[in-house]
Design a protein around this ligand. Structure first.
Ligand SMILES: Cc1cc2nc3c(=O)[nH]c(=O)nc-3n(C[C@H](O)[C@H](O)[C@H](O)COP(=O)(O)OP(=O)(O)OC[C@H]3O[C@@H](n4cnc5c(N)ncnc54)[C@H](O)[C@@H]3O)c2cc1C
Length: 386
């Protein structure tokens, strides 16, 4: 077979990380006949999408709630090879003093906040009065972005304190992208995401990732951290490396560490309680130290006599979760990116950086799945097949 007429290294690929970025690439190359070694420092697959059964038998999302949604039929079809789906009942509410309002902002939010009904016209009129900047103004920070989109009242009551708790910074010190992702609906649609497909793997994310990685050409190594020195030693055995770990760590923090926001989770179980709260997620902008309370059983639809909730506290220390939306950090990342570009342009044994840590960017998982899917397919084309 042609496979054995060249170096073994010509057909082996190294993948660091078994999250959405790494698992997708590994599968695409394995399906095309390449041998793929996948390493993850954690004892499990699925990256931050990892879910597990807690000691009470409740399926929980270990690194914060993960709501799968996408506009891409192509991605949905690709993932459907590895899982069946249940529909995603993603509803989020915020406790605003004595009132509970649905998010994202829609006519229903303002109705719940004011205790009276609005027509589409009166809602638009309300927004017009509240807004602080013209439509064509280019917002300079998250506060301006929010005041431009939803106006003063909603900013003050719903966004301002939540943002401060979440990021440890005032919205006026944060980049406009923080609040630019927030949808505004001129209707009463209270589903949290806006994407066409909203669903959840029927047997959980971990099972779906195990199925993606179950392939005779994929060799999975868990609980193995591979640092940059290891990669430089190993790289010559591989055609190329796909790295989805932290970019600053890879370059030994040459320009200093990139800042991340982390989370602390406080889990509580309630026996003989079907549900603790009315929706999967309740946000608390103005009270408590925690930002939100998540009861994932609402979306997993697990049948169990008890329930488990998770209180989320934002933290400066801990696992890197969210890249900090600060201009200085973006500039620092760009310096690392130049080094990463040099690695990926090497003619022999290049290293490619892909994923939320490798690109220092918050992506929803569908974006990462798709980026990895498209990148891997393009890479296969340049390899010219085997
Ligand atoms: C709290 C929270 C909630 C979220 N909720 C949603 C949501 O509702 N919907 C949604 O679509 N997205 C959500 N996301 C985003 C989602 O988690 C990411 O888009 C996705 O996990 C990114 O995939 P990735 O492969 O780039 O990174 P990861 O999932 O982080 O995977 C990277 C893997 O690489 C491993 N690794 C890193 N460095 C090394 C090394 N040196 N050696 C070996 N292994 C290494 C890590 O252990 C990790 O397992 C959320 C993120 C967070 C933080």
């Amino acid at each position: 077979m042609a496979k054995f007429t060249r170096d073994l290294g010509s057909y082996k690929i190294l993948v660091i990380g078994a999250g959405p970025a790494g698992a997708t690439a590994a599968r695409i190359f394995a399906d095309a006949g390449y041998e793929v070694d996948v390493f993850d420092q954690r004892p499990h697959v699925a990256g931050n999408c990892f879910d597990r059964y807690d000691e009470h038998g409740i399926l929980v999302h270990a690194y914060g709630p993960h709501y799968f949604r996408t506009n891409s039929k192509e991605l949905l079809d690709w993932l459907t090879q590895f899982t069946e789906w249940i529909s995603g009942e993603y509803y989020v509410e915020a406790k605003i003093f004595e009132r509970t309002v649905p998010l994202p902002i829609s006519i229903a939010t303002v109705e719940a906040l004011h205790g009276k009904s609005y027509s589409e016209e009166s809602f638009l009129e309300y927004l017009k009065k509240q807004r602080k900047f013209e439509e064509n103004y280019v917002a300079q920070n998250a506060e301006e972005q929010c005041l431009q989109l939803v106006g003063s009242e909603l900013y003050e009551k719903i966004f301002k304190n939540y943002t401060i708790k979440q990021w440890g910074h005032h919205p006026r010190d944060l980049r406009p992208e923080v609040t630019a992702r927030i949808p505004l609906r001129i209707n009463r649609d209270t589903r949290y995401p806006s994407e066409t497909y909203q669903c959840l793997p029927k047997d959980g994310y971990t099972q779906m990732f195990q199925n993606i990685l179950l392939h005779p050409n994929i060799h999975l190594h868990l609980s193995e951290k591979i640092n940059s020195q290891d990669i430089h030693k190993m790289r010559t055995q591989y055609l190329f490396t796909m790295y989805s770990g932290a970019i600053d760590e890879f370059f030994d923090y040459t320009y200093g560490p990139l800042k991340y926001r982390s989370l602390k989770f406080n889990w509580k179980h309630f026996a003989n309680t079907s549900f603790y709260q009315s929706r999967v997620q309740m946000n608390f902008p103005n009270e408590h130290e925690f930002t939100r309370c998540v009861e994932i059983k609402h979306v997993t639809k697990q049948s169990h006599s008890g329930t488990t909730i998770c209180l989320e506290y934002s933290s400066e220390e801990g696992e890197p979760y969210y890249p900090m939306p600060l201009t200085k950090q973006e500039q620092l990342y760009q310096k690392y990116k130049l080094l990463a570009d040099q690695e990926s342009l090497k003619a022999e044994h290049p290293i490619y950086f892909l994923g939320r840590l490798a690109e220092y960017k918050y992506y929803n998982m569908d974006h990462i799945f798709l980026r990895s899917l498209n990148w891997s397919k393009e890479k296969l084309n340049t390899l010219g097949g085997k």
